[in-house]
Design a protein around this ligand. Structure first.
Ligand SMILES: [Zn+2]
Length: 766
């Protein structure tokens, strides 16, 4: 060590404008690691500081007995219902609030008046009509014809999509109240008049598929945290609903197939003898069995029965009830074993979706139930149904999805993956919010974010190369790069969210994935997440209950993460500012990960986890997947080096041959994150160091840290698995490497098929 060379070479990294995000300019120490304190409600006897339901936790209950009749020729539905409402709260209630969601279609609804609009140079009839949407809503909305209890009319007031019923005497704690409501409404064309239910007309054969949702007056939620839920339905942010039992009779044309929330009680009356026999056989099959066949459906399409039949369904402990009816439906089913219990996985679809749904739908339902059950709670309901209805929407035990073939029965990979993802997503909603029953109207992310996260886990366990669109951290960076004024915190009320898909679905799901893979680790995360699902199954959680449970059950302080990722909008951008190291030989060129050739952290760990058997590996009938891997070995160039003197001669032997690397980092984005460093040694081997997030605790803007290595380093890369959502990768590498611009990447991704390696793709609905 006679040659002394000590100096530093600062690699100047171009600064991004993100420095302005730092909330205390000029100060090194902000509040990013402070506890959430007043941002969360004070714990009480209903909800504890641990995030669990408290000793006095209560929730209301509403049971429904409904009879309704579908008039196909007039496209209308009329019904009569008896609601039994149980006041389990400690409060006397002098009025009850119901939700009349169908009034979103009323011409006078605010929803048809508060749209923003502008003229374009060329406009068609539909666009012109949509300037004043009430023009297409004449006569729609629910008409209430009777509200009474024990034969006496009850006064009621309709306020847009809500209705208040005034009680003669307050409903006391522990009492129940039974009342009847009669109603009817014109069924909207859901492909044109929006809303999540209605009819779709098939001009080629002159038939309809009806998806009946938000179709009956239903109780609003009365809760310990907000009293009566009083946010109107505006078509966007979804629902807040009370658990209860349902008995529903649906009278429809005799050749219709009906699928609904719950179990059918009179298959023996509504099915043909052959269908009923196949339904019994289906209880023990290993592959989906066609109960209502394609031939039967095609014949029904032509015959158009004018007779009627009444289907009876019952469901226990559900927060809602939806149904679908059509003579176009093909129906298949198979059982799936969930924790030793038989659940019937089923699908209903018109011939237009046959080749896709017949092959995939019911199997995807089964895989979804198993995977979600593993990560949350065992699926508790007796059936799970996927219906092809050209769009995606979820209800207890039944959901409406999309995925039709071309006229000749062929389909693209994009449609196939889009369909599988939507089925996983919508079936997954059984867990969030149908069972873990959050208030969707207020907190869009509480079901969509958690469900999208579980959807990602389920996709990745379906196939280790599944082209998931949301979940991995690197897929959120296009959103986090947006200008600050177009970003909102995840903690934004449902209808105020600008980019719902990015914010409530993707950013929340990504946050959970970052917690699982990067911050907490799978073991601590999985235990805590399951704990949340168990604690709040069949109850009404709030965000604080999730935040608190995740910390309480894992022993990890996550307030900094909720503060930054959920309550804030700052992106992650950690930069390697400089590297100093002890004398080394000229490093060889090292390989770097290109944007396209890349294994994300979840994929890598799933591959190593022997308990995971990918669905596509176990069910060989589904093995027609193919993928594009763009192996790109881009060379890096290395230019600078330093040397360091060990002055203590007595101990010099101990340190001989060691390489000291002093790295300086800065926080350019604002959001603090663990720092994951990949070292590529001169001999080509690699090593990862994980620096906990608390390294930023005393200085949120920058830190310096020394690493001692036995081997000489050729290259350093921060966040090699792209697990922290770092929005600027150009400053993650040393030696500095210039990344292609987004335009170049886009061009490079123009392959022979799906060009979906980054950013997202258009194949999947939300
Ligand atoms: Zn959803």
């Amino acid at each position: 060590m006679n040659k002394i060379l000590f100096g530093s070479v600062l690699l100047v990294i171009c600064c991004t404008a993100r420095a302005q995000h730092l909330n205390n300019p000029g100060s090194d120490h902000g509040n990013r690691f402070e506890q959430l304190s007043y941002l969360l409600p004070t714990p009480n006897e209903y909800r504890t500081a641990s995030g669990a339901p408290g000793p006095e936790y209560w929730q209301q209950r509403a049971d429904y007995d409904i009879s309704c009749e579908l008039d196909e020729s007039n496209l209308s539905l009329k019904g009569t219902e008896t609601i039994t409402y149980y006041n389990n709260s400690p409060d006397p209630l002098s009025y009850l609030w119901l939700q009349l969601d169908e009034n979103i279609h009323d011409a006078n609804s605010d929803n048809n008046r508060n749209n923003r609009s502008a003229m374009k140079s060329q406009m068609n009839d539909r666009e012109l009509t949509d300037l004043e949407p009430w023009r297409k809503m004449d006569g729609y909305g629910i008409k209430i014809t009777r509200v009474e209890s024990s034969g006496k009319a009850l006064p009621y007031t309709v306020n847009q999509t809500m209705m208040r019923i005034d009680l003669a005497a307050a409903l006391q704690p522990g009492q129940k109240f039974i009342f009847k409501v009669d109603w009817h409404y014109k069924i909207p064309d859901r492909t044109y008049q929006m809303g999540r239910g209605g009819y779709e007309f098939f001009p080629a054969d002159g038939n309809y598929v009806f998806t009946m949702s938000q179709w009956y007056p239903r109780m609003a939620v009365y809760s310990d945290f907000q009293g009566w839920q009083n946010l109107q339905f505006a078509g966007g942010a979804e629902f807040a609903l009370t658990f209860g039992n349902f008995k529903v009779k649906m009278t429809v044309p005799a050749d219709h197939m009906v699928a609904a929330t719950g179990q059918c009680r009179n298959y023996n009356q509504v099915l043909t003898a052959a269908q009923f026999k196949k339904w019994q056989q289906a209880q023990n099959v290993h592959d989906p069995l066609e109960i209502a066949t394609r031939d039967e459906a095609v014949n029904n399409e032509k015959d158009k029965s004018t007779e009627k039949k009444t289907w009876i369904y019952e469901a226990e402990n559900v927060r809602d009830f939806a149904w679908t009816a059509s003579r176009k439906f093909i129906w298949d089913a198979m059982p799936v074993n969930v924790d030793g219990k038989r659940v019937m996985a089923m699908s209903y679809y018109p011939k237009e979706a046959y080749n896709l749904y017949r092959k995939y739908s019911t199997k995807v339902v089964a895989h979804t139930l198993k995977t979600y059950s593993k990560h949350t709670i065992p699926y508790p309901y007796p059936v799970a149904i996927s219906v092809e209805a050209s769009s995606g929407m979820e209800y207890p035990m039944i959901c409406f999805n999309y995925g039709r073939t071309e006229a000749d029965g062929t389909y693209s990979e994009a449609i196939k993956y889009g369909m599988i993802s939507v089925i996983i997503h919508e079936v997954g909603h059984n867990f969030f919010p149908m069972i873990v029953n959050s208030d969707e109207r207020q907190w869009w992310w509480m079901d969509e974010g958690l469900n999208t996260f579980c959807q990602f886990l389920t996709e990745q366990e379906f196939d280790n190369n599944y082209p998931s669109r949301r979940g991995p951290a690197y897929l959120i960076t296009d959103y986090m790069k947006q200008p600050e004024n177009s970003l909102e915190p995840i903690m934004t009320m449902g209808d105020n969210v600008l980019s719902v898909g990015w914010n409530a679905y993707a950013k929340a799901a990504t946050g959970l994935n970052i917690l699982r893979e990067t911050i907490m680790g799978r073991e601590l995360f999985d235990y805590a997440f399951k704990q949340y699902a168990r604690r709040w199954a069949f109850k009404h959680p709030t965000p604080a209950d999730l935040f608190r449970t995740m910390e309480d059950a894992s022993g990890v302080d996550l307030d900094w993460f909720w503060r930054g990722w959920w309550f804030g909008t700052e992106p992650v951008d950690i930069a390697v500012d400089s590297v100093k190291w002890y004398k080394s030989d000229d490093p060889q060129n090292a390989q770097a990960l290109s944007k396209e050739s890349f294994t994300h952290i979840g994929q890598q760990r799933n591959k190593e986890d022997e308990s995971i058997r990918f669905y596509t590996d176990t069910d060989t009938t589904l093995r027609d997947f193919y993928y594009y891997n763009r192996g790109a070995d881009e060379k890096m160039k290395q230019d600078q080096r330093d040397a360091l003197l060990v002055k203590d001669e007595a101990n010099s032997k101990k340190w001989a041959g060691k390489q000291f690397y002093e790295l300086s980092f800065s926080n350019k984005g604002g959001m603090v994150m663990p720092v994951i460093i990949e070292w590529t040694y001169k001999d080509g081997t690699k090593e990862i160091d994980r620096v906990p997030v608390t390294v930023w605790r005393l200085n949120e803007e920058k830190f310096t840290k020394v690493f001692i290595k036995d081997k000489e380093v050729a290259a350093i890369k921060v966040d090699p698995y792209r697990e922290t959502a770092d929005i600027e990768e150009g400053n993650n590498m040393w030696p500095v490497k210039e990344l292609p611009s987004k335009f170049q990447l886009f061009k490079a991704a123009q392959g022979p098929a799906r060009g979906a390696s980054s950013g997202g793709n258009a194949m999947q609905k939300q």
